[in-house]
Design a protein around this ligand. Structure first.
Ligand code: DC
Length: 229
């Protein structure tokens, strides 16, 4: 089997990271969550007063980029990915609502993207990786051997987020969630730098009607077709 790079991009809340992790585990590849890197930069800004009242001090952030070191490790017990910011485990902090609210502003800055894309390319040098994000197949690895673009209807994604929140004990409003999903789709697709779009050579996976097992099986089949060539 030849070692390849697998790029998985797509809309928010469509289960990209669940499927990317499952695929990587199944075929013995390393998994990288590029969104975690943008989240770690946003956390750094919050910890160092570079974001205050929703405003980013872009000049301070530009000067600080060389001091932001993001690395990944693995939790021995759960085998889950852990994100480190300057050697501190920040995996749980980067998933907080506060970080989620700030990260898209940080991810829209061209100098942040350039720095992170360089690191992402370094991670893929030896191949044998699955990376998920928004611009992996278009910008980070335009030559990736396998590219998947994942989508599901806005209603299905809103329903999944609604169910997740209910399972965590909240009492969410479905129409509010749906409006947020539609708005984020619009922002992701219309931002100036690296907007979300399907690479011409990416396979489209609409998982609205698929089970998690069904998706994994489909992904493994696509991987085999290419890696066995
Ligand atoms: O996938 P996520 O929700 O963890 O992504 C966090 C943010 O980073 C989100 O605003 C989209 C952005 N992002 C990006 O612009 N490019 C990527 N390759 C990955 C994530």
């Amino acid at each position: 089997m030849k070692k390849i790079v697998i790029a998985i991009d797509g809309f928010s809340s469509c289960g990209k990271s669940t499927m990317a992790k499952a695929l990587a585990r199944n075929i013995g590849y390393l998994y990288f969550d590029s969104g975690a890197m943008y989240r770690a930069v946003a956390l750094y800004c919050m910890q160092n007063g570079i974001i205050a009242n929703g405003e980013i001090d872009t000049e301070r952030l530009r000067a600080a980029m060389d001091n932001i070191k993001i690395t990944f490790g693995t939790d021995e017990e759960t085998k889950a990915q852990i994100t480190f910011l300057n050697d501190t485990n920040v995996e749980s902090e980067i998933r907080s609502l506060e970080v989620s609210q700030q990260v898209s502003r940080v991810a829209a800055l061209d100098f942040v993207r350039t720095a992170l894309i360089d690191q992402q390319r370094e991670m893929g040098k030896a191949k044998g990786i699955v990376m998920d994000g928004r611009d992996i197949g278009t910008t980070v690895f335009p030559d990736a051997e396998l590219k998947i673009f994942v989508t599901a209807s806005a209603e299905v994604r809103a329903r999944r987020r609604y169910d997740e929140l209910v399972a965590r004990g909240s009492n969410p409003d479905y129409s509010e969630i749906l409006a947020n999903v539609v708005e984020r789709d619009h922002l992701d697709q219309t931002r100036e730098v690296s907007p979300l779009r399907k690479a011409d050579d990416a396979l489209l996976l609409d998982n609205s009607e698929m089970t998690i097992d069904g998706q994994l099986q489909w992904l493994c089949e696509q991987y085999k077709k290419i890696a066995e060539q």
